[in-house]
Design a protein around this ligand. Sequence first.
Ligand code: SAM
Length: 231
Amino acid sequence: MSSPEELNFESGNVKLSLIQYRNTFNHGTTVWDSSVITAYYMQSLLNSYNPIKKNMTCIELGSGCGLLGLVMCSLGFETTLTDLAAVVDDVLKENVRRNLFIFNNQPQNNENFQHKAYVKVLDWTTQLSSDFTPPYDYIVASDCIYSLDLIPYFAKCLYDLSGDKSVIVCGMERRDPIVIDNFLNECKEKYSFNISKIPVSKVKKILKRINNLNDEKLTQVEIYRLKKIDV
Ligand SMILES: C[S@@+](CC[C@H](N)C(=O)[O-])C[C@H]1O[C@@H](n2cnc3c(N)ncnc32)[C@H](O)[C@@H]1O
């Protein structure tokens, strides 16, 4: 692998620093638009929320470089970021290490709150190991819906990691409508998830202050909220 590219993101008062590699054959070593948009959306949505007081947990599936999970961690969720072993080793561990350092050493962290994030290997196609402690309060994923073959495994993983109160948020690019529809059907028919799509107008409104996001990107990325029961 050549040397990594460094990317900076601002999330609220925190500046995140990520590495990515563009020239690998692995999807997980670059930051995808879905993760940028879903991360900013969650940051804006939950900014005034206080997960710290409630000891709330979050798990990210298919984290890749980890932007979305790290934004959840910056908000105070005790966050587990997961991916296949190669991605964990190439980018995820390093990104979590450097950003935990940033979060826990920022001047405004005056209450001495220690942000917590863990990196674990989680392959959707294998049985969930006892390393994981469901239910998680939030389960997030971005750009993980792109292969028909993986959908049944990914949907089962969402089911296994969630409880009645869990909120699941999935951001995805509309590349192939068949793949997205198949995922939504699997979640609805097999697992009876209640599914709502966040209206593009709402996402646009929330993200309008972020000037490097153009309208085309915003309309290609869709964000869905899933819950086990209808509330
Ligand atoms: C398109 S990338 C998205 C990465 C990141 N979430 C983002 O949006 O920038 C898809 C991710 O899913 C992961 N993935 C693919 N198959 C997987 C599997 N069977 N189990 C766990 N993760 C998997 C890949 O390693 C990769 O990190």
